[in-house]
Design a protein around this ligand. Structure first.
Ligand code: 6PG
Length: 243
């Protein structure tokens, strides 16, 4: 089961999602529980991260928050395509969060080693359920080909991977990526998709269409076992969705 929230603009969407994230982290902190969030890369979430930095720097207990990456490109953090580099610039550099709460993927080792290392970091910090780490919240984007995190249509094996993270190659560019696998994403307490823009509207319709389609669209396989799934989108991305 999932909820769909269509907001009238990217700005209002970012404000609404930031508010939901703040509510979740504060509720966790009120019970003195650390909150683990895995953030999406790409371009869509930049506005969300800026709103969190500008409006919630003092309103979210960042000392209770552990920031992880949902996926990462195997490039240095100062590379324009680095997801952590983008998140550091848009959010982390603007909030007071303990260094120990920030968990980038340690790029530099061989991809498989980087994936194993990241799996060990995650497994050493997060509680477990069904033998897998439990994130409190995972933010996901959606590619026009139906990929999410860095699980692309050519890697259906990641849907049932036994690992927490795996190293993959972008099917078009060949770029090395490290990604959370779907069993771990589907083990989260909450998964929020954040999708904007007309270009994504057709894929949003495909993914949310209950009828099983013919192609392998990875985002269709995001279905939390215990947690909630909410699709946050602007009107452009949701133009084919009936409320
Ligand atoms: C990445 C992301 C990826 C992204 C989608 C959408 O590393 O690129 O994690 O899954 O969310 O490709 O990207 P845009 O937001 O740039 O459209």
């Amino acid at each position: 089961m999932h909820q769909v929230k269509v907001l009238s603009s990217e700005e209002i969407l970012a404000e609404e999602l930031a508010k939901e994230i703040a509510l979740k982290i504060n509720s966790s902190a009120n019970s003195l529980k650390p909150f683990s969030i895995a953030l999406a890369g790409g371009s869509t979430p930049k506005l969300l991260y800026s709103v969190l930095a500008e409006k919630y720097a003092e309103l979210i207990p960042w000392n209770f928050t552990n920031i992880f990456m949902g996926d990462e490109r195997c490039v240095p953090f100062n590379h324009p395509e680095s997801n952590f580099g983008m998140i550091k610039k848009a959010l982390i550099n603007k909030i007071r969060i303990p260094e120990a709460n920030i968990h980038p993927v340690k790029i530099g080792a061989e991809p498989e080693e980087a994936a194993n290392n990241y799996s060990e970091v995650i497994d050493s910090i997060l509680p477990r359920r069904d033998g897998m780490p439990v994130f409190d919240l995972i933010i996901l984007g959606l590619g026009e080909d139906g990929h999410t995190a860095s699980v692309f249509p050519d890697r259906p094996d990641l849907i049932n991977s036994k690992l927490t993270c795996e190293a993959v190659r972008h099917p078009q560019t060949g770029q090395c990526r490290i990604t959370l696998t779907f069993p771990v994403i589907n083990n989260a307490n909450a998964v929020f998709f954040l999708v904007t823009g007309e270009k994504k509207a057709a894929m949003v319709r495909e993914i949310l269409n209950e009828k099983p389609g013919s192609e392998m669209l990875p985002a269709k396989y995001i279905d939390p076992v215990y947690g909630i799934l909410v699709w946050f989108m602007d009107e452009n991305a949701g133009r084919f969705i009936t409320p």
